[in-house]
Design a protein around this ligand. Structure first.
Ligand code: PEP
Ligand code: MN
Length: 298
């Protein structure tokens, strides 16, 4: 475990959840991830952000790193509106091999530059275990995307990394499978895992995926790990992102990850679901009004 990143606090859960069975004979197979074995919520410190504590943490930024101007201007805008962490993909998992695949190492350098300019820690995805050392050198949080959730050899290697891991639920992953994937990272020695619900594939076609908000209370009951929500990849359309960010806060998530682009119509990836900086600012105001109502820090 990365002891310096791991803090424990009183669980931020309802009395019913806190009463969940803790009898060791009932421990689930994901024993390190389970709340039954570790009742206190894990809080992961990244820069000045504490993920899993009382404060609702907002991660924002473009789908992909495209250029210094695009990244730094978006980073400055999200920072000014109150985001705590910057996102941006340098290695992109694209359905088509002909789509933009990311700037790779150059993208990582631009993320480091954006961190230098804004002070925001950065999260970026790893797809290939051969890139782990390079990515871990540049990133503050290493992301495992939905498509690699059951790449067990990658997960084992990330268990040896001294950086928090943002683990995204797969398109057809049950919550038990999700927690078993987290367990791979924990069992290999890295206790700093953040779970991210990002929508699952269902029969519905109105949205890109179906955001499974019920995953949040279920996961908060079953695990002590922080749980965040990514509405952008769930719905695929910018106009639906705001309502679901508010829903994520209301349902008890520890934070959200949202795609924001300085010019969504020109984005090389996921422009349709990316918020403009202006819409993001409005969303942050809506979230702080809601947080006040439900007595949550934002
Ligand atoms: C992303 O967050 O950049 C991404 C590709 O998301 P997902 O893995 O959830 O599709
Ligand atoms: Mn994206």
């Amino acid at each position: 475990m990365n002891g310096d990143c791991l803090i424990t606090v009183e669980p931020q859960v309802s009395p019913q959840i806190a009463m969940a069975p803790r009898n060791s004979r009932q421990l689930p197979p994901y024993r390190l991830a389970s709340r039954a074995a570790h009742p206190r919520s894990t809080v992961i410190k990244v820069g000045e952000a504490l993920i899993g504590g009382p404060k609702f943490v907002v991660i924002a930024g473009p789908c992909s790193v495209e250029s210094e101007y695009q990244l730094v201007s978006t980073a400055k805008a999200v920072k000014e509106s109150g985001a705590a962490i910057l996102r941006g993909g340098a290695f992109k998992p694209r359905t088509s091999p002909y789509s933009f695949q990311g700037l790779e190492e150059e993208g990582l350098k631009l993320l480091a530059r954006a961190r230098e300019v804004t002070g925001l820690p950065v999260v970026t995805e790893v797809m290939d275990s051969g890139d782990i050392p390079l990515i871990a050198r540049h990133a503050d949080i290493v992301q495992v995307g939905a498509r690699n959730i059951q790449n067990f050899s990658l997960l084992k290697k990330l268990g040896k990394v001294n950086k928090p891991i943002l683990l995204k639920r797969g398109l057809m992953t049950t919550l038990d499978e999700f927690l078993m994937s987290a367990e791979y990272i924990l069992a290999a020695g890295n206790g700093d895992v953040i779970l991210c619900e990002r929508g699952i594939r269902t029969f519905e076609t109105a949205t890109r995926n179906t955001l499974d908000l019920s995953a949040v209370p279920v996961l908060k009951e079953r695990t002590h790990l922080p749980v965040i929500v990514d509405p952008s990849h769930a719905v695929g359309k910018a106009r639906y992102v705001g309502p679901l960010c508010r829903a994520a806060l209301a349902v008890g998530a520890d934070g959200i990850m949202v795609e924001v682009h300085c010019n969504p119509s020109e984005a090389l990836c996921d422009g349709e679901q990316s918020l403009t900086p202006r819409r993001f600012r409005e969303l942050m105001d809506e979230l702080s009004a809601l947080a006040h109502l439900i007595q949550r820090e934002s």
